[in-house]
Design a protein around this ligand. Structure first.
Ligand SMILES: [Zn+2]
Length: 65
């Protein structure tokens, strides 16, 4: 297998869910979401978006090192 070089400028348009902001669904335009650990799912049309940040929802939660 040959290594692949990824150019971020050529990845295209990527939609992500942003915590602490109003996110309108690209599928239906509503703004009600079920937020998971890594994705957010639209409550109306089930469109799933990846979370656009690695920030934890619970600021008091700290991973053990
Ligand atoms: Zn939707």
């Amino acid at each position: 297998m040959t290594p692949t070089t990824i150019n971020p400028a050529q990845r295209g348009y990527g939609i992500t869910y942003h915590l602490h902001a109003t996110n309108y669904c690209p599928g239906c335009g509503h703004a009600h979401w079920y937020i998971g650990r890594a994705t957010a799912e639209c409550a109306f049309c089930n469109t799933v978006l990846p979370l656009g940040t690695t920030e934890s929802r619970d600021r008091n939660y700290v991973l053990a090192s």
